[in-house]
Design a binder for this molecule. Structure first.
Ligand SMILES: Cc1cc2nc3c(=O)[nH]c(=O)nc-3n(C[C@H](O)[C@H](O)[C@H](O)COP(=O)(O)O)c2cc1C
Length: 166
């Protein structure tokens, strides 16, 4: 799939078929995150991949009771090292790569920002000094959501200086 087609076709998926992802497919999707750029190529982020059903179920109350988390095939928690300046950016790039790779292989994702960072970190045994910044569900879509709207070009892009118009 062309990159632009993946960007245009991706949606947040909040209904999943209960299905395991074959190991090769999962590793192929994670590879897209591994290959993502990081500041000075430092690659400090970690992702914790939760596949076990009981563990995914246990994460639901820690993630503002977002029930669809228990139905996804993999819940992926992104872990930042707070000593690293670009870590939040690095992790966002990696997750975006992952979501586009997933879409290109017929899987869906949803970013999970609504969660209790301390409780999720404790549940996943994240060492002190590292934080869970953002998470993502991954699995086989059981819905075909409409595209959400985006702001118009003029509002997002300024030319030469802030407020500059073409
Ligand atoms: C940083 C971030 C955090 C998000 N957290 C959640 C979340 O906790 N639960 C959820 O259902 N969607 C979450 N979303 C998904 C957004 O609501 C969604 O991307 C947005 O509405 C645009 O829809 P689209 O992804 O289908 O284009 C999050 C997205 C981002 C980028």
């Amino acid at each position: 799939m062309e990159v632009m087609d993946a960007i245009k076709g991706r949606r947040s998926i909040r209904r999943y078929k209960k299905k395991m992802i074959p190991e090769n497919d999962l590793m192929g999707i994670l590879e897209a995150a591994r290959l993502a750029p990081t500041g000075a190529n430092r690659q400090f982020w970690k992702m914790i991949v939760v596949l076990d059903d009981a563990r995914k179920r246990a994460l639901v109350p820690l993630c503002k009771s977002q029930k669809f988390i228990e139905d996804c095939s993999a819940f992926i928690a992104g872990v930042d090292d707070l000593s690293q300046k670009w870590n939040r950016v690095d992790l966002a790039i990696a997750f975006d790569h992952l979501s586009l790779a997933a879409h290109s292989k017929g899987l869906g994702t949803c970013w999970i920002g609504a969660f209790d960072p301390e409780k999720v970190a404790e549940y996943l045994d994240v060492p002190k000094g590292q934080v869970v910044t953002v998470c993502m569900t991954l699995g086989y879509p059981d819905e075909v959501p409409d595209a959400r709207t985006r702001k118009p070009v003029e509002e997002l892009f300024h030319w030469e200086k802030y407020g500059g118009r073409k």
